[in-house]
Design a protein around this ligand. Structure first.
Ligand SMILES: *Cc1c(COP(=O)(O)O)cnc(C)c1O
Length: 226
């Protein structure tokens, strides 16, 4: 299926009006599809697989802001550290430390989001509230100065039950507000709440999302998921 430019323009307009950032999720789609949206002005793109992201970043314009939204293994951080704009799926202290280490090596800062587990499904990655509190409570001791925590990312249950989805987004927003108020040391830079995908982004925005990750509505269904 071709890139849906009409859908893009409409969604982009809707999100701009609400000050929500659109990350166009281009995983499994060719570079030519990305360029079609790039030519319409889109600059934020999201990818799930390290090798695919590295290959696309080499081929495509350098002013694209690449978001890594998949599950990131610590040993692969080094491949994306030089150019990645935002890493959404940080779900362990180990990964956070490794991102910091690579950022220090490159003498730069890398922006990250902590992924919080909000869905009912067991399969979704993410920190639970206890793990989150542990990371944040020892944040100063961890000496993580080059991995900058900008906020949270979450994925709701893959469900038809929109009340369930909404309640999960509400839970994440409450946690986001609580952490924001409680932990002054990350306060001034803690402003991104990445939640909402093709099927649930409207609800996510109603519940306080500042960044949505939309793939299939823009690029069509994925039939070759890795
Ligand atoms: C694939 C993916 C998306 C986009 O999903 P769509 O339903 O196609 O919009 C968003 N977030 C994450 C983490 C993904 O893996």
């Amino acid at each position: 299926m071709a890139v849906n430019k009409e859908a893009y323009l409409q969604i982009k307009k809707e999100l701009d009006a609400k000050n929500v950032t659109l990350v166009a999720v281009s995983k499994t789609k060719p570079a030519s599809d990305i360029l079609e949206l790039y030519e319409l002005g889109q600059r934020d793109f999201g990818e799930n697989y390290v090798q695919e992201l590295v290959e696309k970043a080499e081929q495509l314009p350098k002013d694209i802001r690449w978001h890594f939204i998949g599950h990131l293994q610590s040993n692969k951080v080094k491949y994306i550290a030089p150019f990645v704009h935002l890493i959404h799926g940080v779900d362990s202290e180990k990964l956070l430390k490794e991102i910091n280490k690579q950022a220090v090596k490159l003498n730069k800062a890398i922006d990250v989001l902590l992924q919080i587990h909000i869905a009912q499904e067991e399969t979704k990655f993410g920190l639970d509230e206890g793990e989150l509190n542990l990371i944040i409570s020892q944040f100063e001791n961890l000496k993580i100065e080059n991995a900058i925590i900008r906020g949270f990312m979450g994925m709701a249950s893959f469900s038809e039950d929109m009340n369930l989805v909404r309640s999960e987004f509400q839970m994440l927003k409450r946690l986001f507000d609580k952490v924001n108020a409680q932990y002054a040391m990350i306060n001034d830079q803690f402003s991104t709440l990445s939640m909402g995908m093709s099927g649930d982004y409207a609800i996510a925005i109603e519940e306080g999302s500042t960044m949505v990750r939309i793939g299939s509505l823009l690029f069509g269904a994925r039939n070759n998921e890795q």
